[in-house]
Design a protein around this ligand. Sequence first.
Ligand code: HEM
Ligand SMILES: *[C@@H]1O[C@H](CO)[C@@H](O)[C@H](O)[C@H]1NC(C)=O
Length: 350
Amino acid sequence: METWRGSVLVLLLLSLSLGILAHGESGGRKHGYHSYSRSCPQAERIIRDTLSKHAGWDRTIPAGVLRLHFHDCFVDVSSFTRFKFWFSNFAVLQGCDGSILLDSTPTDGTKVEKLSLPNFMSARGFEVIEEAKQRLEAACPGVVSCADTLAIAARDSTVMLGGKYYQVPTGRYDGRVSSQERGNTLPSPFGDASALIQNFKERGLSVQDLVVLSGGHTLGTAGCATFSNRLDNFTKTGKPDPTINPRYLSHLRRQCPAPGSPNRVALDKGSEFVFDNSYHKNLARRNGVLTSDQVLNEDSRTSHYVKNFAHKQHDFLSQFAASMVKMGYIGWKNKHNGEIRRVCSMVNTH
Ligand code: HEM
Ligand SMILES: *[C@@H]1O[C@H](CO)[C@@H](O)[C@H](O)[C@H]1NC(C)=O
């Protein structure tokens, strides 16, 4: 009896500390924050210039790059390394480690994150990060990680279109793992508020962070397949989603006459190239595109944030900067569990 109790206690303590370790490793703020001002003073300028050049050719690039960083940060590990207990649920996070940038290698046959459903054919902007990295390697070889390059480029993508500047904490190392399966742990556009809140919570982010960061949809577009289920026979009711503004519904139907239509629709009606609070204003008028956008205005846990940001542009812009910094800490890797990749699409060969 005593031994039985003893081993249960030991097991509990062990799992608790494992959980805390896993959590501390991912959500912790005690990593080696540093800036590249000494080790590579040109780094931020190189990244900004490369981004501007590409955005000059294609003005939809900033949206693609911002989304890449979000997707890099939000992948979770596969279920077998997840610690699940009755008293808690610790997820070991893959995090902002450049894993989304890796290509599959023909030799080991791994299928990478890039190929997962949320990324395949829609994740964009890889060439910007790859070119910035090439120029960084020429200026300061082996110093700037791909994960940091992406985090900085994402910040610059928002700033160049009107977002607030913030300093990006740097010193993340690049991961050596990327998996297609893990890519599917990204939040679903068909999710309700509870699912979104839970997904963010598992990554150490609050309900406010969810509403703030969803404001990334002030930029960019979505393909018809990601929301056409709202236009007719929504959840088998035989009717469209009642939370779509009727006038906007006819606009969306024209854009997407069939679920497979190749068209893309601005996530922020009328303002997809300006980083502003117009996304939240649109949600308040029921002009949201994705289910996961509009539910933020319909659920009482999130709607007051939507209202506030719709009224106060300044609140949204400064909160967005703060929440991006917070998101950027997810799964922070160091020299013991990461490396500084030489080429962002390939892990280093030793
Ligand atoms: C809250 C959960 C989220 C869901 C379910 C979600 C889902 C989606 C979907 C389905 C698309 C359209 C993809 C396509 O059809 O090509 C999209 C686009 C986009 N997302 Fe999100 N997203 C979320 C949060 C975020 C966050 C936090 C950010 C950045 C901070 C972000 C930035 C973007 C951007 C910029 C685009 C446009 C990309 C482009 O134009 O290529 N999203 N998102
Ligand atoms: C909606 O979908 C359900 C299930 O697929 C189907 O039984 C129903 O007939 C549909 N209603 C309409 C109006 O298309």
